[in-house]
Design a binder for this molecule. Structure first.
Ligand SMILES: Cc1cc2nc3c(=O)[nH]c(=O)nc-3n(C[C@H](O)[C@H](O)[C@H](O)COP(=O)(O)O)c2cc1C
Ligand SMILES: CC(C)CC(=O)C(=O)O
Length: 364
């Protein structure tokens, strides 16, 4: 029998073995030179933890509340597209993994299972991620379907007016299937002479004119709280609050959009300072270890979203793999908390980490 994976990187290797190259490249890849892709992970290694000793850590409580929903840990599943390319059960398996671990799942607008299938598969708290199509009637319908099916929030992804240039997908001539949510509404199968039909799909369907004033439109069609995903600057954090969002997700889309955008962990604090506690700030990008989650919490995130790591679990072992990856990250976070002298997520403070910039200033 093959050895059991002991960390997320080993799950990635299992996913590589399980998937056709075209899909593995789609899931792992980033934009252009993949500079930001590497940085998202490496920037974590430049942040050092300042552990405190002789604290009673015999009981650790990782639970927290996200937009009023109690969860077992400050961990959510990031919305990622087309899970059936990773495993035949698709997003239903992912949702069940989330439910088993008592964490919130973000469902992608570009899912391969329908909103209804995911909603009826388990009792996970679900947030619905949306893109805005030029055909606003279709987007409004999707939001209503999410609302009707008990989703707890809308995640508006704001960093994708056009799709980033993912060169592996271009070379592989990556093909997206017809997405079941849109059957009878719009075709999601576009053939492109540029290579990747996902790029063509986004070019034809996504509304590149989307801007801040459209949050008013979104608020007019839903009562659900809105999280805005893709904030990387204090300027946009302030605009998001002015627009009345319920939360902000610091994200560079897993480095798949603008290459040479900053590593998300390097700008989290800028956003947190701008927000001044008015709304919760969430974080994603490059999280592969419990220590990464601890660092993001110390720098002010309310919770982190996990993208690729969950897909690796799904590709390797379906629902069981999703569960194992989340459990692994939860266990690692718990151990990090214990070894740093933190009994609850509230105990994790800014003084528990030191950034590269601070170390540099100390040396001067
Ligand atoms: C294969 C893949 C598909 C993605 N699809 C979506 C999507 O449909 N909607 C979205 O808002 N973000 C999407 N993302 C971005 C994730 O929500 C998240 O920001 C990113 O994966 C976090 O980085 P990580 O993968 O390093 O954890 C996708 C990311 C990946 C890797
Ligand atoms: C189908 C794509 C638009 C999904 C996506 O956001 C991504 O691949 O990063």
């Amino acid at each position: 029998m093959a050895e059991e994976p002991v960390n997320v990187n080993e799950f990635q290797e299992l996913a590589r073995q399980a998937l056709p190259k075209m899909y593995y490249d789609y899931y792992t890849g980033g934009a252009e030179d993949q500079h930001t892709l590497k940085e998202n992970v490496e920037a974590f290694s430049r942040i050092i933890i300042r552990p405190r000793i002789l604290v009673d850590v015999s009981k650790i409580d990782m639970s927290t509340t996200i937009l009023g929903h109690k969860t077992s840990a400050p961990i959510m599943i990031a919305p990622t597209a087309m899970h059936k390319l990773a495993h035949h059960e698709g997003e239903v398996a992912t949702a069940r993994g989330a439910a088993a671990c008592d964490i919130i799942m973000g469902l992608s607008y570009m899912s391969t299972c329908t909103v209804e299938e995911v909603a009826s598969s388990c009792n996970a708290v679900r947030f619905f991620q949306m893109y805005v199509y030029k055909r606003r009637d279709i987007t409004a319908l999707m939001v209503h379907r999410a609302e009707k099916n008990g989703f707890g929030a809308i995640i508006l992804t704001a960093d994708t007016p056009r799709l980033g240039r993912r060169e592996a997908d271009i070379k592989n001539k990556m093909i997206a299937p017809q997405l079941k949510n849109f059957e009878g509404l719009i075709s999601t199968e576009y053939v492109s002479d540029k290579g990747s039909n996902i790029e063509a799909l986004a070019a034809v369907t996504f509304d590149a004119s989307l801007c801040w004033k459209d949050i008013e439109w979104l608020k007019s069609i839903t009562k659900l709280p809105i999280l805005i995903k893709g904030v990387l600057t204090s300027e946009d954090a302030i605009k998001a609050i002015e627009a009345g969002v319920a939360g902000i997700i610091v994200s560079n889309h897993g480095a798949r959009q603008l290459d040479y955008a900053p590593a998300t962990i390097s700008v989290l604090e800028e956003v947190v300072h701008a927000v001044q506690g008015k709304v919760p700030v969430f974080f994603d990008g490059g999280v592969r270890r419990g220590t990464d989650i601890f660092k993001a919490l110390a720098l002010g995130a309310k919770a982190v979203l996990i993208g690729r790591a969950v897909i690796y679990g799904l590709a390797a072992k379906g629902e069981v793999g999703v569960k194992q990856v989340i459990q692994m990250l939860r266990d690692e976070l718990e151990l990090t908390m214990a070894l740093s002298g933190c009994c609850s997520v509230e105990d994790i403070t800014r003084s528990h980490v030191i950034t590269e910039k601070e170390r540099f200033i100390c040396r001067m």
